[in-house]
Design a protein around this ligand. Sequence first.
Ligand code: ATP
Ligand code: MG
Length: 380
Amino acid sequence: MDGRKRGDLEACRGCCHKVTPGKTSAGADHAPVAPAIVCKGLWKVFGDKGSQHLSSALGQEEADTEAVAASLIDRGLIPAVRNATFDVHASEIFVIMGLSGSGKSTLVRCLSRLLESTSGSVHLGGEDLLQASPKRLIELRRTKLGMVFQHFGLFPHMNVADNVAFPLKMQGQGKNERLQRAHEVVKLVGLEGREDAYPRELSGGQRQRVGIARSLAADPEVWFLDEPFSALDPLIRRQLQDEFLDIQARLKKSIVFITHDIAEALKLADRIAIMRDGNIIQIGTPTEIVLNPVDDYVREFSRDVAKGRHATVASIMKTNGKLPTLNKSGPALNLGMTLDDALASCVSTYKPVPVVDGEGKVRGAVDPADLTAALQVDHS
Ligand SMILES: Nc1ncnc2c1ncn2[C@@H]1O[C@H](COP(=O)(O)OP(=O)(O)OP(=O)(O)O)[C@@H](O)[C@H]1O
Ligand SMILES: [Mg+2]
């Protein structure tokens, strides 16, 4: 993985998510910002009379998610998403990760109402999506929601500019206006000069950029991307990830991004939700997922990931008790420093090392013993 990673700054832990330097986001100034998406108790059950069976199973006394899912499976139904509850913060990249068949695509399709949920609620910017009329849904898709899928269906008979401008045509925008906007977003994804090319004349990576440009053309507030880079070779994939982060730094969309690649998740995410068998089993920052996996399934995802490169000093520092004072000649760490970098500064000391924030104020201390413990490779 290359060094370009979403801001390594850990913001104030416990109240905010990670914040890219310079980014005005939900946690950056402590202003209460409403979540972009609020998903509560969402179920999607495939199969005959799924809804009926789900309500009767949910109606049972003391029916927990596992018991409800088991009774649905006994009836030959597929509970693809089971009681999913989470928020997506404004302007964050919320990554959903899990093995094939764990329910990622089903969940994101329910969030965008490409699929009807069997039970539960989804609010987008405060609006109850599941109550939206068909007319309102079309409006939301045209103006607020953007979607990119793994194999983006470009129109083969339209050139790049027309493909990208297509959603604007659907909005009723005039030709000049929409082609000008198409030019802007084509430039944003690095395809300037290829506006007249047809999809068949483009590489896979270029086609995917057109797909991204097309979904960005209408300037969506909430952006859903389902494994948009997984068909690409690793080099192009990394390049598109970098460009994706650059675009996000400028546009600050609220994003739900699906992947089954841990390196991609760690690179892009503000927070990661891990899915297994339709359940969300852990939600956390990349650091939390790597350092504190809730079980072996999550640990398995991150076992080959070098913790030192992902976790920051903030994840292991102590803030209680008497903090060491800053000594001009002694070592000091920065909040956003990775554990690898911190280790280099701590090699010659056995005492807790002060951790300073951007203004040079001591915010906590790291015990070198905790640092080496956190960097232990997991052989379990
Ligand atoms: N239309 C459908 N009818 C019946 N079952 C379905 C349908 N769509 C998905 N499923 C089932 O729901 C479960 C979750 O599928 P989903 O496509 O959401 O998984 P995924 O995590 O996106 O997997 P992948 O990484 O392979 O894309 C699977 O068991 C799948 O077979
Ligand atoms: Mg999928």
